[in-house]
Design a protein around this ligand. Structure first.
Ligand SMILES: *Cc1c(COP(=O)(O)O)cnc(C)c1O
Length: 497
C-alpha cells in the first residue's frame, strides 16, 4: 500500500514516510491509494479478538511496510489496561433499544483523542527507524486544551521522543490547565503564552520553518514532527473503533452480521467522521453517517448545500473542541469523492485560502447527500439533550456527545429512519463538569471545579476517572509563562538541554 497526496496524485510514499512527514510537501494530505477490504467473515472473526488484535488486523491492511512484530509492538503498548480504564478499550453502552453509545473516553485524558494519540508515538518512532532516520523526534504542539494533554500523555517517556506544548495563558479551562501543569514524564515540557490560541499556533508554525532552529536541531541529532490531526497516523487508529464496535454488536447479538447501522459523530475537524467513512468503505455495513455540529455549523451547511463558507461569525460554545471553521480532514473526503482529482482539490482549497469559500460540483453534492446527513444545535439545546438523556435513561453524557444526541433525535423525527445506531461519545462528562452539572440540575453551580466533580459523581453514579480524581493531589511541575515574542528562544533553550 502506497500513499498519495490530495494535491498531487503523483506523490507516492510508504506509510512510514507519510507518518514521519505528517503533511505532503506541496501542502496536501496523505491518503492510501486504495481502501482495503474487510469481508463479513473477517468482521465476525474480529469479534473473538482483543481490541489490540483487532487494531493490528486493520493496521496490517494499511501499514503494509510494517512487519507483524512492529504492528504488535505498537498496538500492545498503546491499547492495554495500563493506559485505559476498561478492558474493552472502546466501550459500548446501551442507551435504549437499538441506540448505542460508543464510549471513546476511557483513556488517560478522558477524551477520544487518546484512541489515536496513545499509539501515534509508537507509529512515529517505528516509522523513523524503518526509514533509517536516526534522529530524536521533537514534537511541538499548540493547543486550546484537549489535544495538548492527550499528546503529552501519549509521548511521555516514549524513548527517542520529546514533546513541548504551548497553550494560551487565559484560553484553556482551569481543569485543562491543571492537567497540563501537573504532567508527568522525563521528556515533556509545557509553557503558557501571553496571547490567544492563534498566537501559540502561529509561533509553532514559524519555529517549524526557522533556519536557526533547524540548524540547532540538526546539531543535536533531532527532527521536528507533528502530532496534529492531519497526520495519517492519527486517522488510521480511529477507523479501528468503528470496525470494533460493529464486531461487538454482532458478537453480542444486537445486530445480524451484514445488517446496516447508522453512525452519528460530533464533528469539528472532520477527522473522526472521516474515519467512520473509511470503515464503511472497507466493508462495515453503514446506512447513514450523521454529522453533528454545534452552532459553528459550517459543515451542516456544506453537506446540505455543497457550499463551504467559512466567512461567518465564530462562536465559543460549551462544546469547545468543535469550535472550528476550517475542517482540515474534509480535504481527504473530497479527494475520494472526486475520484482522486487533485486539480479540483487544488482549485477548491485555493479558493478556501483566498476567499474563504468554495462550491463543489453536482456529482460531489449528490454523493454527500447519499452518504451523509447533517444537523446542528445551540448551547441551550445541547444542555437540554444532556438533561433529557439523564432524566429518561439515567445516562450522563458530555457536551460534545450531547450535540450528537440532539442531532440524531432530530434526524429520526424528520426521516422516520429506525436503523440501529451508534453514537460516538467523545469525552467523559467529568471533563466538562460545569456545563454538564448545570444541565443535569437545570441551574448553574457556584462550586469549585473539584466540588463540581464530586457533585456530578453523586448525581450520575458514574465513577470519576482516576486520571481526573488524582489531579487534585498532584504537584504542579510547569509554571513557565512567556511573551509570544520569546517563544523561539524558549524552544532553542529547551532543545539545547
Ligand atoms: C476533538 C474533539 C471532537 C471533534 O473531533 P474531530 O475529529 O475534530 O471532528 C469532538 N469531541 C471532542 C470531545 C473532541 O476532543
Amino acid at each position: 500500500m502506497f500513499y498519495k497526496s490530495t494535491r498531487n496524485s503523483g506523490v507516492k510514499v510508504t506509510s512510514a514516510e507519510a507518518i514521519t512527514q505528517g503533511i505532503s510537501s506541496e501542502g496536501g494530505l496523505f491518503v492510501p491509494e486504495s481502501i482495503p477490504e474487510l469481508s463479513l467473515e473477517d468482521i465476525k472473526a474480529l469479534g473473538g479478538m482483543s481490541y489490540a488484535d483487532r487494531a493490528a488486523f486493520v493496521f496490517a491492511k494499511y501499514l503494509t511496510d510494517f512487519t507483524d512484530a512492529e504492528i504488535h509492538y505498537c498496538t500492545d503498548n498503546a491499547y492495554s489496561t495500563k493506559n485505559f480504564e476498561t478492558e474493552s478499550i472502546a466501550e459500548i453502552a446501551h442507551l435504549f433499544s437499538g441506540t448505542y453509545m460508543l464510549e471513546l473516553w476511557h483513556g488517560p485524558t478522558c477524551a477520544f483523542k487518546d484512541m489515536a494519540l496513545q499509539i501515534l508515538p509508537y507509529f512515529l518512532t517505528t516509522s523513523a527507524k524503518k526509514i533509517n532516520l536516526d534522529k530524536k523526534i521533537v514534537i511541538l504542539v499548540a493547543t486550546s486544551g484537549d489535544t495538548g494533554k492527550a499528546a503529552l500523555e501519549g509521548f511521555k517517556d516514549v524513548e527517542g521522543t520529546s514533546i513541548l506544548v504551548f497553550y494560551p495563558e487565559d484560553g484553556v479551562s482551569p481543569m485543562q490547565k491543571r492537567q497540563m501543569k501537573t504532567q508527568e514524564g522525563s521528556n515533556v515540557g509545557v509553557c503558557a503564552i501571553k496571547g490567544n490560541f492563534d498566537d501559540c499556533q502561529n509561533g509553532v508554525k514559524a519555529i517549524f520553518t526557522n533556519e536557526d532552529v533547524k540548524a540547532k536541531l540538526a546539531e543535536n541529532g533531532k527532527m521536528f514532527s507533528s502530532a496534529n490531526s492531519i497526520n495519517w497516523g492519527r486517522l488510521v487508529p480511529q477507523i479501528v473503533y468503528y470496525v470494533s464496535a460493529y464486531a461487538d454488536l454482532v458478537k453480542d447479538g444486537e445486530i445480524e452480521l451484514g445488517e446496516k447501522i447508522n453512525i452519528v459523530v460530533p464533528t469539528g475537524n472532520f477527522g473522526n467522521i472521516l474515519a467512520a467513512y473509511y470503515a464503511k468503505h472497507m466493508g462495515i455495513p453503514v446506512n447513514k453517517l450523521i454529522c453533528a455540529s454545534n452552532i459553528n455549523n459550517v459543515l451542516t451547511d456544506f453537506i446540505n448545500t455543497g457550499v463551504y463558507d467559512r466567512n461567518r461569525k465564530f462562536y465559543a460554545t460549551v462544546s469547545p473542541s468543535m469550535d472550528i471553521l476550517i475542517s482540515s480532514n474534509l480535504e481527504r473526503l473530497l479527494y475520494l469523492m472526486t475520484g482522486c482529482n487533485d486539480a479540483l482539490i487544488r482549485s477548491w482549497f485555493g479558493q478556501l485560502a483566498s476567499e474563504g469559500c468554495y462550491e463543489v460540483n453536482d456529482d460531489v453534492k449528490a454523493k454527500l447527500k447519499e452518504e451523509f446527513a447533517a444537523g446542528f444545535c445551540d448551547d441551550n439545546e445541547t444542555k437540554a439533550a444532556i438533561r433529557g438523556v439523564y432524566n429518561k435513561y439515567s445516562y450522563t453524557c458530555d457536551t460534545h456527545t450531547a450535540v450528537a444526541v440532539k442531532v440524531y433525535n432530530d434526524y429520526k423525527e424528520t426521516t422516520g429512519d429506525t436503523t440501529k445506531t451508534v453514537i460516538a461519545s467523545t469525552a467523559s462528562p467529568y471533563k466538562f463538569s460545569a456545563a454538564v452539572l448545570e444541565a443535569v440540575q437545570n441551574g448553574k453551580s457556584d462550586l469549585d471545579e473539584y466540588a463540581m466533580i464530586d457533585k456530578l459523581a453523586e448525581l450520575s453514579k458514574l465513577p470519576v476517572p482516576n486520571a481526573l480524581a488524582e489531579l487534585k493531589n498532584k504537584p504542579e511541575r510547569f509554571n513557565d509563562t512567556i511573551e509570544k515574542a520569546q517563544q523561539k528562544d524558549y524552544v532553542l533553550k529547551k532543545l539545547g538541554e
